[in-house]
Ligand binder design. Sequence first.
Ligand SMILES: C[S@@+](CC[C@H](N)C(=O)[O-])C[C@H]1O[C@@H](n2cnc3c(N)ncnc32)[C@H](O)[C@@H]1O
Length: 200
Amino acid sequence: MTDDWNDYADGWDDNSDVRRYANHAFASLDDHLNLRGKDWRSKRVLDFGCGTGLLAEKIAPHVAEVFAVDTSENMIDVLQNKQLHNVRAVHGDMLAGDVPELGNEFSEFDLICASSVCAFLPDYSGAVAVLAGLLNKGGHFVQWDWQASDDDGFGLTLNQMKAALEAARLGSIRVEQVFEINSDARTMPVLMGAGIRNPE
Ligand SMILES: C[S@@+](CC[C@H](N)C(=O)[O-])C[C@H]1O[C@@H](n2cnc3c(N)ncnc32)[C@H](O)[C@@H]1O
């Protein structure tokens, strides 16, 4: 994978593995939070590293608004062209505080999702801490990443994920393998990590 995600924007939605990943991520999110229940209809969600919005477009019908943010301009262009009425697709780097379009709405999300993003970040733990700080008290953080079998493989190990969620002072932490993607005769497990910002 190149560092430039812009190169992947065209055709991202045509990749069946990518679509399968988003379908499984949404199913595990719904299992975890009952997202299709009425409690979520008034909630604000951030899809961090949203890409072309494959997860955001599944979440959007069940919540008030999805803020979908990505550092790749081309990915955001694809999402904006979908014209989803309650999805605000914004290009920028939230970790650097650089998303002027969000203005005062920059924080206090009821749910922050990061689907196949965190393992690509140079400072995974630091990113989770920043994102956890953008949650409402009682808000949920949920991430999915390829599971690495050890510290040297690509992806995140169960222990790395658990440690990052704990370091971000999230409560009710849950880290487990929730699905696998079978591609090119390989089976690649995916971990979901979830936690709640404690009411202080
Ligand atoms: C593997 S893609 C996943 C895209 C989408 N979540 C999906 O599941 O289809 C990783 C995405 O993370 C984005 N990304 C990488 N670093 C980021 C950062 N610091 N802030 C926001 N997005 C980032 C990339 O631009 C890319 O769109």
